[in-house]
Write a protein of this length. Structure first.
Length: 108
């Protein structure tokens, strides 16, 4: 999954005041869907992980968003929820421990 493209879907949704499916259609008008991804796959992924993606997008932190996308690709979202809670609480120690476990980058 291309996290930048998914982030841009959420940007369009917020800017235009539409849901993510409509935002994807708007984005496709100016940016084609990246190779290896499909409209159906994107809609399914966003729908399945909407809460985590929405929370990550609200931070404005593209690196955190990319890590949340990567975690959601690999798991059911439990780890994504833990990382988001750590980020939202400012718990840098927990963030570092989690990043060590999945190889993520720095968010603070």
């Amino acid at each position: 999954m291309n996290s930048d493209y998914i982030f841009d879907i959420f940007e369009r949704a917020n800017t235009k005041g539409v849901d993510t499916a409509v935002a994807l259609d708007i984005l496709r008008g100016t940016q084609p869907i990246p190779d290896g991804m499909t409209k159906e796959g994107l809609n399914q992924f966003v729908g399945l992980h909407f809460d985590h993606l929405c929370r990550a997008h609200r931070t404005g932190n593209r690196k955190l968003f990319a890590d949340i996308v990567a975690i959601c690709v690999k798991s059911n979202g439990e780890e994504a929820d833990m990382l988001l809670r750590a980020y939202e609480s400012g718990n840098k120690k927990l963030i570092a421990e989690m990043e060590a476990g999945y190889g993520g980058g720095h968010h603070a």
